[in-house]
Ligand binder design. Structure first.
Ligand code: KIV
Ligand code: ZN
Length: 505
């Protein structure tokens, strides 16, 4: 059976999509999860694109040992030097270079001739290979490119030392039949003195990203690229969990496996949704909440007799466990830590567990039993936590339908200096956010506000996610509390603290 390599672009192609940005700590936490999952290559970012990207690729390179760490570069020497400086401390560094190859991209975007593209490929791959032993060359919009030219581009990359050639279906245009024939054509016609991998990178505009990736595997591709939960530009990238579980479930068809520990899929998928604040659709294959839910009587009856009547994968195979340990007021730190391990959260630091345990104890004062969803909300609060430059001291909100909504607030700066604010608003939460703005005299626009109940029941915690805009950049914030006004203020302050955290990197 062949082993297919998995290249993960959650932190690059995924993170660059609107609404999915992550800060340094969040990216490191996802990278650790990807390493535990068994990903072969983690693409940690696009080093030249921003100082933040550079810093996070460097930090991930220093942290990750079991996966290769890659940085993306255009076929430009400066980009490659940035990428190399970001990944060179990694145990297994990987340089990823791309240039478009389709006529439409050459004419309108690059304004280059085919000859000029070939020169760039040769020059950039050679430069990268002098720096690093592992160099991937990707043809952007490969599936809309002239096949013979595409082959010449890949041959040039191989002649100059590329170790992987990657065909990107950048706009999700191809079909499984077409992808299969393209991979076979490259396998039959490309030549090299050294071994090289053939890889594909599929987008999901027509809903075929996973099908096209699987077709490529059947045609002989050695490696596929994708993202967790399929996040990415427009309709997203191929969802890694879907590709992996197809190979796992249909070994009879594909005769191929991966190094992925499938029992970690659920944890990493949930962690990503928590961190980005973008929920997983309930009907999402493999990781959606309805994957193992059966509503129809006929289905329920079948499942009660034998789960396989209506389930082709088991909850356990993706790491879903029935959790019998209930935590409450009397649970100690040991039980709490055991619960976290049981839920698959193996990469939390001692400081993070300390902070969560304190939050857990305060929660048990107001809530008798704390379930898995409450704990996931606490984890999200801790993982996304950045240094609290500004914190909440106290507030009073007045609201009703016979008076105007007002908020008096006192914030603490670095835990010692008081900063006061007062404001009115269209509603109590608007008044609270305006009061924070009044206290800090900052120009902030609220872009998005979402609230959800963590669990059912009258004593449920409210989890608030906000997005704010400051100096044309968007920052996320998250807060959880049994009092939804307080959860909202925490979320707003978390987003503001993120501004300072990200700008001081
Ligand atoms: O979709 C695309 O073309 C890409 C390349 C950089 C591989 O993401
Ligand atoms: Zn892409």
């Amino acid at each position: 059976m062949r082993t297919i390599k998995i290249f993960d672009s959650t932190l690059r192609d995924g993170e660059q999509a609107p609404g999915y940005s992550m800060n340094l700590k969040e990216k490191i936490s996802i990278a650790r999860q990807l390493e535990l999952l068994g990903i072969d290559v983690i693409e940690a970012g696009f080093a030249v694109s921003s100082p933040g990207d550079f810093a996070s690729i460097k930090a991930i390179s220093e942290e990750i040992k079991d996966s290769s760490v890659a940085s993306l570069s255009r076929a430009v020497i400066k980009d490659i030097d940035y990428s190399w400086n970001a990944v060179k401390e990694a145990k297994n560094p990987h340089l990823h270079i791309f240039i478009a190859t389709s006529d439409i991209h050459l004419q309108y975007k690059l304004k280059m001739t085919q000859e000029e593209v070939l020169e760039r490929v040769a020059e950039s791959v050679k430069h990268a290979r002098n720096l690093c032993g592992s160099v991937q060359f990707s043809a952007e919009d490969a599936t809309r490119s002239d096949r013979v030219f595409l082959r010449t581009v890949f041959q040039t990359a191989l002649d100059n030392g590329a170790t992987v050639i990657n065909m990107a279906d950048t706009v999700g245009y191809t079909t499984p039949q077409e992808m299969s024939s393209l991979v076979k054509y490259m396998k039959e016609t490309l030549v090299s003195n050294s071994p090289f991998d053939i890889s594909v990178h599929c987008h999901n505009d027509l809903g075929l990203a996973v099908a096209n990736s699987l077709a490529a595997i059947s045609a002989g591709a050695d490696r596929v690229e994708g993202t967790i939960n399929g996040i990415g530009e427009r309709a997203g990238n191929a969802a890694i969990e879907e590709i992996v579980m197809n190979l796992y479930t249909r070994k009879d068809i594909y005769d191929a496996c991966t190094k992925i520990d499938t029992t970690r899929i659920s944890t990493v998928s949930k962690r990503l949704a928590m961190i980005t604040g973008v929920p997983i659709p309930p009907n999402k294959p493999i990781v959606g909440a309805n994957m193992f839910a059966h509503e129809s009587g006929i289905h329920q009856h079948g499942v009660m007799q034998n789960r396989q009547t209506y389930e082709i994968i088991t909850p356990e195979s993706i790491g879903l466990k029935e959790n019998k340990m209930i935590l409450g007021k009397h649970s100690g730190r040991h039980a709490f830590e055991e619960k976290l391990i049981n839920m698959g959260y193996l990469t939390l630091t001692k400081e993070q567990i300390d902070a969560m345990f304190t939050a857990f104890k305060s929660l048990t004062d107001v809530k008798h039993t704390v379930n898995d969803k409450d704990i996931e909300a606490l984890i999200r609060g801790t993982v996304s936590n950045v240094p609290e430059l500004y914190s909440l001291d106290k507030y009073v909100i007045n609201s009703g339908n016979v008076l105007s909504n007002t908020c008096n607030i006192r914030l603490m700066h670095k835990g010692k200096d008081c900063v006061d604010g007062f404001a009115t608003g269209g509603g109590p939460i608007d008044a609270a956010f305006n009061a924070v703005n009044d206290a800090l005299k900052m120009d902030i626009t609220l872009i998005d506000y979402r609230i959800e109940s963590v669990t059912g029941g009258a004593d449920a915690q409210g989890a608030v996610s906000v997005k704010i805009k400051h100096n044309d950049k968007i920052y996320k914030g998250y807060g959880v509390n049994i009092n939804i006004f307080e959860a909202s203020i925490y979320a707003y302050l978390n987003a503001i603290n993120n501004i300072f955290y990200e700008t001081n990197l």
